[in-house]
Design a protein around this ligand. Structure first.
Ligand code: C5P
Length: 229
């Protein structure tokens, strides 16, 4: 695992998702299923995409009491899933227990630190956290590592610092990727796949630059060429 392009399949139906995935007749992309698709189609969509031979990152960002999270994650057949580090160490450890299969294997588990939609002002006023946000992000990453998790979702701009603090083997999964000649849309801080490779991201998560491209397969292959090859 590692050094791969994960395609964010942010579609509202199975039909739209399969119409998109059917375009890929060669290499099968690693697929991210997020809340939009999961809540529209239920767990069947995970099984169906898995049965088509794709690796899956199930991005549901769990945050609940440890027992509930542990039970929710039992028998989950995906390759990567995630939760909020804010759920604390007890929740993260319970999640790992729930994910671990009888044979000892389990999907990779990564943590969301502070959402990129949360800024310093919101963190202070709504969460009563007064430390600088980049220190909070790094503290959450360290807490996740100490709980036994495999990595974090972070901005490509944070990946290097996360590796410096948590070690090279601690995975950085980075959205916010755009081609040098592409639209940045609503993403604020972006990097190209090539830059993300240079700063050491382990996986890049790419949505619209591939899903909304006139030729999604060519856009995906371009990402692979810049980031993996
Ligand atoms: O279309 P785009 O490439 O912007 O999609 C990025 C994907 O990564 C989306 O599924 C988005 O929800 C997700 N994401 C993000 N920023 C974060 C966390 C997740 O863009 N901080």
């Amino acid at each position: 695992m590692g050094k791969d392009v994960i395609v964010a399949c942010d579609f509202s139906s199975a039909e739209a998702t399969f119409a998109f995935l059917d375009k890929f007749t060669g290499r099968k992309p690693f697929v991210k299923i997020g809340m939009e698709l999961y809540y529209a189609e239920g767990p069947a969509i995970v099984r169906e995409i898995k049965a088509r031979g794709h690796k899956i990152f199930l991005d549901l960002k769990l945050h609940d009491i440890p027992n509930t999270v542990k039970k929710a994650l039992r028998n989950l057949d995906v390759d990567i899933t995630n939760l909020h580090a804010a759920g604390t160490t007890a929740m993260m450890k319970a999640a790992l227990e729930g994910l671990t299969r009888e044979d000892g294997t389990r999907p990779l588990l990564i943590a969301v630190t502070q959402l990129t939609s949360t800024d310093q002002a919101a963190m202070e006023s709504d969460l009563l956290i007064h430390e600088p946000i980049d220190e909070v992000v790094m503290h959450y990453a360290e807490t996740a590592k100490n709980a036994g998790l495999d990595g974090v979702v972070c901005s490509p701009l944070e990946a290097q610092k996360v590796h410096d603090i948590c070690g090279k083997k601690f995975l950085t999964v980075t959205p916010g990727v755009r081609f040098a000649d592409g639209d940045i849309g609503d993403q604020k801080r972006v990097m190209t796949p090539e830059q993300a490779k240079k700063i050491g991201s382990d996986y890049i998560v790419v949505g619209r630059p591939i899903t909304a491209a006139p030729d999604p397969v060519a856009a995906y292959e371009r990402c692979i060429k810049e980031f993996v090859d």
